[in-house]
Design a protein around this ligand. Structure first.
Ligand code: SPV
Ligand code: MG
Length: 283
């Protein structure tokens, strides 16, 4: 991780990953919320870990940029966490983020019941992952949910230090406030012991210059491709229904050529030239 502020763009499948990469993002967040939503599941561990692995694999096969996977709370205890991390690593992810909650977890913005894992037990999950994938460049991010759960800065700080001791490569501090006050206060106390990652979904008004000044390492735009798709699909479905036709919306949607370009149909055409009629015994 560099000293500069970097950005991870949410992706939930190979198409959204490709679009984010083509737009210039240099890293992706494989969002649990967005992958679950795209599969028609709630972000409460309804999707199995193998479904998550399969989704991430298709993304990693399709793009070159690194993908940080949202590993939720690790799908169980230390054993499940290390299994999931190893699979994500094998299938091409660059790292995994584990949050200090129970299994099953609930999305941090849903309801007020967010029981935290016991610190020592969660540290065991982190150590198990590190011992399993620690020899590779695979990044382990520990996500602190103490502010989400309403436990305050002292608890958040205590947990972040414990997770650093247990081998985390970075800390993600999450907040559900509509201002950045809470995470900025945390950043000041944290003193950059490890790189700090934030997810400004709720405090979206804060300009990123504030995060640069605060020494934040990485900002995750966590669900915006999925939400953009929801809004666009709702709009186009509504218009086709009410207009009883597609003439009106043609100019407002991606052309087929754009889709073919994104998925590199030109590469297939070139490969056909090379491999289909070699002249060496072909019909
Ligand atoms: C996700 O994108 O799934 C996250 C971030 O974990 S949040 O939904 O903000 O908890
Ligand atoms: Mg998540």
């Amino acid at each position: 991780m560099s000293d500069e502020l970097s950005f991870l763009m949410e992706a939930h499948d190979a198409l959204s990953a490709t679009i984010a990469e083509r737009c210039g993002f240099r890293g992706l967040w494989a969002s649990g919320l967005s992958i679950a939503s795209s599969l028609g599941y709630r972000d409460a561990n309804e999707a199995s870990w193998s479904e998550m692995v399969d989704a991430v694999e298709r993304m990693a096969e399709t793009v070159q940029v690194p993908i940080l996977v949202d590993g939720d709370s690790g799908f169980g205890n230390f054993n499940n966490a290390r299994l999931v991390a190893a699979k994500m690593c094998q299938r091409g992810a660059a790292g995994i983020c584990l949050e200090d909650k129970w299994f099953p977890k609930m999305n941090s913005f849903v309801g007020d019941h967010h029981p935290l894992a016991e610190i020592g037990e969660f540290c065991g999950r982190l150590r198990a992952v590190k011992d399993t994938v620690g020899d590779s460049d695979f990044v382990l991010v520990a996500r602190v949910e103490a502010l989400i759960a309403g436990h305050g800065q002292e608890e958040a700080l205590k947990r972040a230090h414990a997770y650093a001791e247990s081998g985390a490569d970075a800390i993600l501090i999450h907040s559900r406030l509509s201002t950045a006050d809470e995470i900025l206060a945390f950043a000041q106390l944290w003193q950059n012991r490890l790189p700090l990652i934030i997810v400004p979904t709720k405090y979206y008004r804060t300009p990123v210059s504030v995060y640069r000044t605060a020494g934040i390492s990485t900002v995750i735009w966590a669900n915006h491709a999925m939400r953009a798709a929801v809004a666009a699909m709702r709009q186009v479905c509504g218009r086709i229904l009410s207009e009883e036709g597609i003439a009106g919306i043609e100019g407002d949607i991606a052309s087929l050529d754009e889709v073919f370009g994104l998925l590199r149909y030109d590469e297939l055409a070139a490969a056909e030239k090379r491999y289909l009629s070699s002249g060496l015994g072909g019909a």
